[in-house]
Write a protein that binds this ligand. Structure first.
Ligand code: FE2
Length: 417
C-alpha cells in the first residue's frame, strides 16, 4: 500500500507513506503534489495521525442511561446509585450487544485502542468476564485493555478485595481503585497501597479513579503517586480524574507537583464528564471540577483525555468522537493559545499511548506497525477547528474504515469574484 500527498503532524510538506507487510517501510518527503495511480491512495493534503485512543471508558455501563431510572441530580453519587439499580439486570448477552455497538461507534470515529473499566463490585463479575472475553475475541480488530474497577470500594464493599482477586484470575490487564469513595480516609489510603501491592504481585498496570470529587481535602493522589515512586512503577500507573486538584490551593499544589513529576505517573481527564458531574454542590461561583490539565501539560507530566461514558447513568450524551471531547477540554481548561492548538492532538493520541504503555507499537514511524488515521484537515489546528472527520482508518496495513466527506449543496448567492 502507498499513501500519497499526506501531511504529517508538525510538518509543512507533503509525504508518501509506504507500507509493506503491515509496517511502515518508508516515509518520504515529496517535492511536489503527485497525481495518484490506481494502486495509490490519495490523501489530498489531509493529515495523517496515529490512531485515536480511548483511554478511559466504561463499556459495561454504556448505552444504559435511564434504565431503570434516570440520574435526575446529575451528581456522580446519584450515578453510582442508578448504576447499582441497573447492575442486577446485567447478563452476558445484554453487555455483549451494548459493548459491540459502542466499540463499533468508537472505531468508526478513528479509535484503535481502548482502555475500559469493568465493575468488580458485583458478585457475579459478569461485566469482567464478558469484557475480558470480548477483548480476546476482538483482538485481531482492536486492542482493548480491561481495568478491574471496584465501583463501590475495594475495601468498603463486602468482599471487594476478594472480587478484585477473582477479576485478576479472570484476566484483567489493569488494577483500579476508588479511594475517595471508600468509607474513611484510612480505608482510602489503605486501598491505594493494596492496589500497588496487587500490581507488583501480578505484574499489572494501575489506573485509579482518584479524587473524583470537588473536596479539596481529598488527597489520595499523593498516596498513589508516592507508592508508585517508591515502588518504581510510575510509568505503569495512571490517576484518572483527580478533579479535586481543581479545588486544591496553589501552595499545596506546588508541593504536590514535585512528587507528581518525580513519580512519572500518567493522568487522564474526562472533561465532558467532569464539567457535567462536578460543581454540583456549589452555588455561585461554581467550580469547573476538572484537574489542572494545562498546568500538568506545561510541567511535562503526561496527561490525556478520555470520554468516560457514552449514554450511561453518569452522562447521558456522548457519540464516540474524541475530537468533541478534545474541543470541550481545550475550552474548559483554557488551552486556547496557538501553541496549545498546534499540539492538541497529543491529548488524544501520543499522550494516551504513553498512558496505555503501548508506545512500542504506536506512531507514524518507519518500522512501526502501519496503524494510522487520515483526518479532514491539514494540521492539528484545522482538524480541531472544523472537527474534521476521520476519512480513513488503517490498522496493521489493512483499511478498516473509509469515509466520504459530506458534500453540502448551497445556493450560489455569494459572488466572490
Ligand atoms: Fe470513570
Amino acid at each position: 500500500m502507498q499513501l500519497i500527498n499526506a501531511r504529517l503532524r508538525q510538518q509543512k510538506s507533503l509525504f508518501t507513506l509506504d507500507i509493506v507487510d503491515g509496517y511502515f517501510s518508508a516515509i518520504t518527503e515529496q517535492t511536489q503534489q503527485i497525481v495518484a495511480t490506481e494502486n495509490q491512495i490519495d490523501a489530498f493534503g489531509n493529515l495523517v495521525s496515529a490512531p485515536f485512543i480511548e483511554p478511559h471508558i466504561h463499556l459495561d455501563a454504556a448505552l444504559t442511561a435511564g434504565e431503570p431510572n434516570w440520574n435526575h441530580s446529575g451528581t456522580l453519587f446519584e450515578g453510582i446509585e442508578r448504576w447499582s439499580e441497573r447492575k442486577p439486570l446485567l447478563n452476558e448477552s445484554d453487555i455483549r450487544q451494548r459493548v459491540l455497538k459502542t466499540v463499533e461507534l468508537l472505531v468508526s470515529n478513528g479509535v484503535q485502542f481502548i482502555r475500559t473499566h469493568a465493575d468488580t463490585s458485583d458478585n457475579s463479575l459478569v461485566g469482567v468476564r464478558t469484557l475480558c472475553a470480548l477483548r480476546d475475541e476482538l483482538a485481531d480488530k482492536i486492542e482493548i485493555q480491561v481495568v478491574g474497577f471496584p465501583q463501590d470500594g475495594l475495601l468498603s464493599f463486602p468482599n471487594g478485595l476478594a472480587l478484585m482477586q477473582e477479576a485478576i484470575e479472570i484476566g484483567v490487564d489493569v488494577i483500579g481503585g476508588i479511594p475517595h469513595f471508600e468509607y474513611t480516609r484510612e480505608l482510602g489510603e489503605a486501598s491505594m497501597k493494596k492496589v500497588i501491592e496487587l500490581a507488583l504481585k501480578y505484574n499489572k498496570l494501575v489506573d485509579v479513579h482518584c479524587d473524583e470529587i470537588d473536596d479539596p481535602n481529598s488527597r489520595f493522589l499523593e498516596v498513589l503517586a508516592c507508592e508508585a515512586l517508591f515502588n518504581d512503577l510510575g510509568s505503569r500507573v495512571t490517576a484518572s480524574h483527580t478533579t479535586a486538584m481543581g479545588s486544591y490551593d496553589n501552595a499545596y499544589c506546588s508541593k504536590l507537583f514535585r512528587l507528581l513529576k518525580n513519580s512519572n505517573i500518567n493522568f487522564i481527564s474526562c472533561p465532558t464528564e467532569s464539567i457535567h458531574l462536578q460543581g454540583r454542590f456549589d452555588s455561585y461561583p461554581k467550580r469547573r471540577g476538572l484537574t489542572r490539565v494545562k498546568e500538568l501539560n506545561e510541567a511535562n507530566i503526561n496527561v490525556c483525555f478520555g470520554q468516560d461514558s457514552i449514554f450511561d447513568p453518569w452522562y447521558s450524551l456522548g457519540n464516540g468522537k474524541l475530537l468533541r471531547t478534545l474541543d470541550f477540554g481545550l475550552h474548559i481548561c483554557q488551552m486556547m493559545g496557538y501553541a496549545d492548538f498546534s499540539t492538541a492532538l497529543n491529548l488524544i493520541t501520543d499522550n494516551s499511548a504513553k498512558t496505555l504503555n503501548i508506545q512500542d507499537r504506536y506512531g507514524v514511524e518507519v518500522g512501526k506497525p502501519a496503524s494510522f488515521i487520515l483526518l479532514d484537515g491539514e494540521d492539528d489546528y484545522s482538524v480541531i477547528r472544523k472537527q474534521g472527520e476521520v476519512l480513513l482508518s488503517v490498522r496493521l496495513g489493512e483499511v478498516i474504515l473509509k469515509r466520504q466527506p459530506a458534500r453540502v449543496v448551497t445556493p450560489n448567492w455569494i459572488d466572490y469574484e
